[in-house]
Design a protein around this ligand. Structure first.
Ligand SMILES: C[S@@+](CC[C@H](N)C(=O)[O-])C[C@H]1O[C@@H](n2cnc3c(N)ncnc32)[C@H](O)[C@@H]1O
Length: 205
């Protein structure tokens, strides 16, 4: 969401000597990275690379870690890997962009991520709560979990837990990027395809 980045985040990147992150967020800020030490990490080596960054911070270097959207939404696992003091600069979440695309008030919606749902029981509990929201006519904004829990499987699970088949669903892919798309359907008719890892589902709107 390079174009939606707030001024404070831009300033922090420009002031940093070292800028780190996963490949996708680093790509969105590539225009700010000239002359920087850039550390790209993957899920496998993120803990080790973040420890290296904290060593640099302890030696007095300025470092910025770039995340997508808002660092306080669906990023807990990564934040917990940072073993030194840091400041969180708020960002605009993919959830907020999806809410804006379909005119949903966040304060009236059930917002959740399946990224950190871990065990099957917790996942099932989260999806049963979604079904309750659907039955109470509450809109649901949900991040799937690439790639083991994607929109088609989520739609099938919701139906199996009692959600009406005709419940509306919108799948937003690649929000704010050049290849942004939207698919509108019902839980039962959601096209079976490979959805992007950058996907937000809006249900019951
Ligand atoms: C680890 S979570 C991070 C969420 C992020 N902190 C936020 O506030 O949007 C990653 C998930 O965010 C969602 N996401 C991030 N950027 C997106 C985009 N441009 N379009 C759609 N979904 C996106 C996807 O569901 C992706 O799998």
């Amino acid at each position: 969401m390079g174009f939606l980045m707030c001024g404070f985040a831009k300033r922090a990147i420009l002031d940093a000597k070292v800028v780190a992150g996963y490949a996708h967020p680093l790509r969105t800020v590539r225009h700010l990275l000239s002359g920087k030490v850039v550390l790209t990490f993957t899920i496998k080596d993120s803990k080790q690379k973040i420890e290296q960054i904290c060593q640099r911070v302890k030696q007095g270097e300025s470092c910025a870690i770039v995340l997508t959207g808002d660092a306080c939404f669906s990023e807990k696992e990564l934040l917990q890997k940072i073993p030194c003091d840091f400041e969180i600069i708020p960002g605009i979440s993919s959830i907020q962009v999806a809410a804006a695309r379909c005119g949903v008030s966040l304060d009236k919606a059930h917002v959740l991520t399946l990224h950190e749902s871990g065990e099957r029981e917790l996942l099932e509990q989260k999806l049963r709560e979604v079904v309750d929201s659907i039955k109470r006519s509450k809109p649901v904004l949900l991040l799937p979990r690439p790639y083991d829990l994607m929109p088609n499987e989520i739609a099938s699970l919701l139906i199996s837990f009692g959600a009406p088949k005709h419940t509306t669903v919108r799948v937003y892919e690649n929000l704010t990027l050049e290849n942004e798309t939207q698919t509108q359907a019902t839980l039962a008719s959601l096209p079976r395809k490979t959805y992007s890892d950058l996907t937000v589902m809006v249900i019951n709107v």
